[in-house]
Design a protein around this ligand. Structure first.
Ligand SMILES: Nc1ncnc2c1ncn2[C@@H]1O[C@H](COP(=O)(O)OP(=O)(O)OP(=O)(O)O)[C@@H](O)[C@H]1O
Ligand SMILES: [Mg+2]
Length: 265
């Protein structure tokens, strides 16, 4: 049970990021509770990856603050794991050693590492590939390896940047349901970026729509679909309503961009 006065897992307050003259996002406010799953969606280049990196403490904000469990994220820390958009695997380490990496850092014994790694490797369907190097496996397999590496540390906060962007449609669906199942067993706070509206609706408790230049939170959509979610969720009329709603929000921009291109030619 949650103790009184426990700070939220993640608190983002008046956050902004600027690179030289270029303000990427501004005035971002977001509070995420324990066990909550938040999806971030928005047009390419609007600053989703940048925001996620700020939450992980990999890069500093230029305005505002980000607190995890009450303390500012000024550098990456134990308990907060990230799955990178471009996998972020160590090319000189095998699948086994990549998955073991976070565990080694947290000082877990070799015996326990050798016990835990195969479990997570199996979970993402990479059994038999433990001795392979990243260049010897496909993009989708590399992405699954990145997911196993993050899950193996059993983080309290899991940040994921398009975690299934590089896998084929069938594998993507399998992994989405697998991740939901893992989450039901070991509830963690998840914030993930996706380009897939369906993925956002299927997995999220809330969907944060980032838009504009500089971008900020344009809308927060509450996903009031029952959990646990599974394939049947995809068939619910309310699933379709939520999907259409988010689609409409995002398409307004895409239509405007298309209109601008036509007008300027
Ligand atoms: N290190 C950097 N220096 C300068 N500008 C940067 C840097 N990193 C990102 N940017 C700029 O910040 C903006 C947002 O980039 P970001 O990668 O966060 O977008 P994104 O929303 O994740 O896009 P996508 O959906 O394509 O992954 C882009 O205009 C990018 O050029
Ligand atoms: Mg990105």
């Amino acid at each position: 049970m949650k103790a009184p006065n426990t700070p939220p897992r993640i608190r983002i307050a008046a956050a902004g990021k600027r690179y030289q003259q270029h303000q990427i996002f501004e005035n971002v406010d977001l509070t995420v509770g324990e066990r909550e799953v938040v999806a971030i969606i928005g047009p390419s280049g609007c600053g989703k990856t940048t925001l996620l990196r700020c939450i992980d403490g990999l890069i500093p904000l230029t305005q505002g603050e980000i607190l995890i469990e009450g303390s500012p994220m000024l550098a990456p820390r134990a308990g907060v794991a990230m799955v990178f958009q471009h996998f972020g695997l160590f090319p000189w380490k095998t699948v086994h050693d990549n998955v073991a990496y976070g565990l080694k850092l947290s000082g877990i014994s070799k015996a326990e590492i050798n016990e835990r790694v195969p479990h997570f490797v199996k979970l993402v369907g990479l059994s038999g590939f433990e001795k392979y190097y990243p260049y010897q496996i496909s993009g989708g397999m590399q992405q699954r390896c990145g997911l196993a590496r993050a899950l193996a540390t059993e983080p309290r906060v899991l940040l994921m940047d398009e975690p299934f962007g590089a896998v084929d449609a069938q594998t993507r669906e399998i992994l989405q349901f697998e991740l939901l199942r893992i989450w039901e067993d070991t509830p963690t706070t998840m914030v993930f970026v996706t380009h897939s509206i369906e993925e956002a609706v299927l997995m999220g408790d809330r969907i944060v729509v980032l838009k504009g230049r500089p971008s900020s939170v344009h809308e927060v959509v509450e996903v009031d679909l029952p959990r646990p979610r599974d394939r049947a969720t995809l068939l619910l009329p309310h699933f379709a309503e939520l999907r259409e709603h988010v689609w409409g929000t995002l398409m307004a921009d895409a239509r405007q961009a298309e209109f601008d291109v036509i007008k300027n030619n």
